[in-house]
Design a binder for this molecule. Structure first.
Ligand SMILES: Nc1ncnc2c1ncn2[C@@H]1O[C@H](COP(=O)(O)OP(=O)(O)OC[C@H]2O[C@@H]([n+]3cccc(C(=O)O)c3)[C@H](O)[C@@H]2O)[C@@H](O)[C@H]1O
Ligand SMILES: Nc1ncnc2c1ncn2[C@@H]1O[C@H](COP(=O)(O)OP(=O)(O)OP(=O)(O)O)[C@@H](O)[C@H]1O
Ligand SMILES: [Mg+2]
Length: 269
């Protein structure tokens, strides 16, 4: 195995093989232990219609239903949040995800007016790419506002195959109070969705950040220049095409700053 590959696998805590039932239980237990320890009663999560939030959303709902049953406390609630930027092209996927998750509550906030107001207030030529990150951060603002109002916590959907490439907006979708999918790669997330009997179309949906107006629905794999099959294989300790491995390692190194706390005077350069 490549030396950095070994180091990355240890950091991301990926197992080469998983038992989906056991991993569902592990994530649900994390959510429940977190709530019981902190005393918080609400979980908030944006539902896009993509694989990760469909899985994390269902895990939140299972955790809440079990907690209500166990404690008799009806205050435990999962709040799913729809956060379209205007009209979302794949709105029907988001609807299918909600229909399957069956969240206790659904809120909907169009982030477009706030994003447009931010862009206008900057009086700069904001690039389409940079505006995409504003969208991700606006979704973060709305989720934290809801969590503040509901005395809840924000759930993140970060997982090993995204964390390794740093393919998320720093303090945007990267901001969360807990990440129940951390340790799973993309394939393993799909195994959990399958085990939980999610609709097939959501399990096989092409992953997209869908943040850029110039390139709507741009597939993550195109943006990254490497496939999730390659990233997953790398994380599972397999030998992959050296060019793909180099690409993955280059993303990992370039985005190291996203996986750490801000620098302080105690850091060495
Ligand atoms: N070396 C360094 N040390 C410390 N901080 C550093 C730094 N280099 C940049 N920075 C800071 O980080 C910022 C750049 O990071 P960031 O703002 O995240 O921006 P960046 O990594 O350039 O872009 C985010 C990428 O993630 C993708 N994304 C975003 C959201 C969701 C999804 C998805 O899959 O759904 C994907 C998005 O399409 C894009 O490719 C800089 O503006 C600077 O503030
Ligand atoms: N339109 C949206 N509405 C609500 N939440 C969103 C929206 N777009 C992104 N998010 C939030 O940002 C997170 C990061 O997006 P990301 O694309 O990585 O995950 P996903 O859409 O759930 O799955 P996939 O990576 O397979 O597309 C989502 O999991 C979701 O919580
Ligand atoms: Mg997505």
């Amino acid at each position: 195995m490549r030396p950095l590959q070994k180091e990355i696998i240890a950091y991301e805590r990926v197992q080469p093989q998983i038992d989906p039932a056991a991993e569902v239980q592990r994530s649900v237990t994390l959510l429940q232990d977190f709530l019981e320890t902190t005393g918080l009663k609400t979980l908030v999560l944006g539902i896009s219609g993509g694989q990760d939030s469909t899985l994390a959303g269902r895990l939140c709902q299972i955790a809440m239903e079990q907690l209500r049953e166990k404690t008799g406390n009806a205050d435990y609630q999962f709040v799913a949040v729809r956060l379209p930027y205007g009209q979302q092209a794949d709105e029907e996927d988001a609807m299918a995800a909600l229909a399957w998750i069956k969240p206790d509550q659904v809120k909907r906030v169009d982030i477009q007016p706030a994003v447009e107001a931010t862009v206008a207030s900057l009086s700069l030529q904001i690039s389409d790419f940079n505006k995409g990150n504003i969208k991700a951060r606006q979704r973060m603002i709305v989720q934290y506002a809801l969590a503040g109002d509901l005395k809840g916590a924000v759930v993140g959907t970060d997982h090993a195959a995204e964390n390794i490439t740093g393919f998320y907006t720093k303090y945007g979708d990267g901001a969360a109070d807990l990440t129940p999918l951390f340790r799973l790669d993309k394939r393993q997330g799909r195994l959990l969705l399958k085990y939980l009997q999610a609709p097939q179309a959501l399990i096989t949906k092409t992953p997209t950040a869908d943040l850029e107006e110039d390139r709507p629905g741009l597939a993550d794999e195109v943006a990254l220049g490497v496939t999730y099959a390659e990233i997953d294989a790398y994380l599972e300790g397999k030998e992959i095409d050296p060019a793909a491995a180099e690409k993955i390692e280059s993303w990992y190194q370039k985005t190291a700053h996203k996986r750490r706390l801000p620098y302080t005077v105690f850091d060495q350069f």
